[in-house]
Design a protein around this ligand. Structure first.
Ligand SMILES: [Zn+2]
Length: 493
């Protein structure tokens, strides 16, 4: 079936689609899919640009580089996370002094309208990763996409002026999607890369949700979230809410009530009418809570649209898309905001995170968080079963998943759902595939058979490409090669 399905897909990268009626499946020209990998500057410095690109092409048939060009996080830049075993390539020591920032030169004309100017990474001196990589990539016919994310350090000059404010009036360490200086920065840096370098695409991602998600901690690892920190209630956001006819005071009252509910439930107190009814009662009494969550996601989508238009007006052929957070696989609340038809209006592609191996451990921590309150009428096994059912997953039980991870079937179902969800749009679906994403050392780890079956599952679902994640500097070569085996077996390269 896979072969027949493949011949109906349009080409994604630089080749011409052939009408399926003109040739049999066996004669069909191989459809070249986007085979991408995320990689940070340190790998090119440690191992050499040509050596790294040789490995990518030979082991995994990579045709697209997603170079981490701006982040203050270790998830996509820097070497292996300390405490995790170093992979079988690269410098065999941890970069404990990692700081992050922008790994390319900054051209000041693109930062005139923002207070965020001092973001140049000092990790590698004057090293400009795009200058170093682009010529070699172009010579090989490989495409380069700038990959940046909403991960900051609080000591970046002026950062405190672009942050969200919680409903108690305190600054947080999260950027505000309505703050003009933040917006000018994320659009300006994308324009800088588009105009200053011969890049093929831009991808940005924000792994966050709005005030409701923050109050509930409804994400993997959300158990420790502080419900008193929900926001944003900065002047820009409050003004936008008033324009929508939302009462700011009522919203603040609602989040106060929600905080009390979360704290009491976490403390083991069952509301008289149960956890779910009490939650729903709070939402009905304070619909401003939902309105505030909607406002946050609408504002994020406005940021997508802003970056999209800025890049396209600079160079129309540069592809623009977004990294969609793994919480999409755990939280129905978050998934409700990821309407692919809506996102497609300003998305040439979507990297939909489908990290199968670490997904088991992460799903369990999601259940640990929400079973304290909204799902509190169920035990953890029941809560997980409910969650699987509403998200159309069929995976193992609560005790097992940290040690088994999620299966290739999860990747297949998610990839298929995303293809159906975006049907009829221009948007390409590129599942993010887990290769050696850190888990607790006793939990499941990536293996070559598991990696190969995850990549094959995505390809069989008919996606336009796959993106090996999170960063080359944490991947073992055998697992990378297993992804390549799947690409070759499927005939996608
Ligand atoms: Zn705000």
């Amino acid at each position: 079936m896979a072969v027949a399905r493949r011949s109906f897909l349009t080409a994604t990268v630089g080749t011409t689609a052939v009408a399926p009626s003109l040739m049999s499946a066996s004669q069909a020209a191989p459809t070249r899919k986007m085979i991408g990998i995320q990689v940070g500057a340190v790998s090119f410095l440690d191992e050499g640009v040509d050596k790294v690109l040789d490995v990518f092409q030979e082991k995994a048939r990579i045709n697209t580089l997603f170079v981490a060009t701006f982040t203050y996080g270790r998830g996509i830049a820097g070497r292996q996370v300390p405490g995790q075993p170093l992979p079988d390539h690269g410098k065999q020591e941890y970069d404990t002094g990692f700081r992050g920032g922008c790994f390319t030169r900054l051209h000041p004309e693109f930062y005139k309208d923002t207070l965020l100017k001092e973001v140049r990474s000092r990790d590698h001196g004057d090293y400009d990763v795009l200058d170093a990589v682009l010529p070699a990539a172009r010579k090989r016919g490989m495409r380069t996409i700038c990959w940046y994310e909403d991960v900051w350090r609080t000591d970046v000059p002026n950062f405190e002026k672009v942050t969200e404010v919680d409903f108690n009036g305190r600054r947080t360490n999260r950027t505000c999607m309505n703050n003009p200086d933040h917006r000018a920065f994320i659009a300006g840096i994308a324009e800088d890369w588009t105009r200053s370098y011969e890049v093929d695409g831009i991808m940005w991602g924000s792994e966050r949700h709005g005030a409701l998600g923050t109050a509930l901690g409804s994400s993997h690892g959300g158990r420790g979230s502080d419900p008193s920190r929900a926001g944003c209630f900065c002047p820009h956001c409050e003004q936008k809410a008033r324009q929508r006819g939302i009462s700011v005071d009522r919203a603040k009252q609602g989040f106060k009530v929600l905080e009390q509910y979360v704290r009491a439930s976490r403390g083991g107190k069952r509301p008289v009418d149960g956890h779910f009814v009490e939650f729903f009662r709070t939402l009905m009494r304070y619909p401003e809570i939902l309105a505030w969550e909607q406002l946050w996601h609408d504002s994020l989508r406005e940021c997508y649209d802003l970056i999209y238009k800025r890049v396209k007006s600079a160079k129309a052929t540069v592809q623009v898309g977004w990294h969609i957070w793994h919480t999409n696989s755990f939280s129905p609340f978050y998934r409700a905001q990821q309407d692919l038809q809506e996102l497609s209006k300003y998305s040439d592609f979507l990297k939909m995170v489908m990290y199968h191996n670490c997904g088991g451990e992460r799903m369990r921590t999601y259940i640990d968080s929400v079973q304290q309150h909204v799902y509190g009428d169920m035990n953890k096994e029941e809560a997980l079963a409910f969650n699987y059912r509403v998200l159309n997953m069929a995976e193992r039980g609560y005790e097992q998943i940290p040690f088994t991870g999620l299966s290739a079937d999860y990747v297949y179902r998610e990839a298929k759902r995303c293809m159906e969800g975006s049907a009829g749009t221009k948007t390409q679906i590129w599942p993010g595939i887990d290769i050696d994403i850190p888990t607790e050392l006793a939990h499941s780890r990536s293996t070559p058979p598991g990696t190969k079956s995850a990549v094959l599952a995505a390809l069989k679902a008919g996606v336009h490409g796959v993106l090996l994640s999170r960063k080359y500097s944490e991947m073992k070569l055998a697992n990378l090669a297993a992804a390549g085996d799947a690409v070759r077996e499927f005939g996608a390269a």
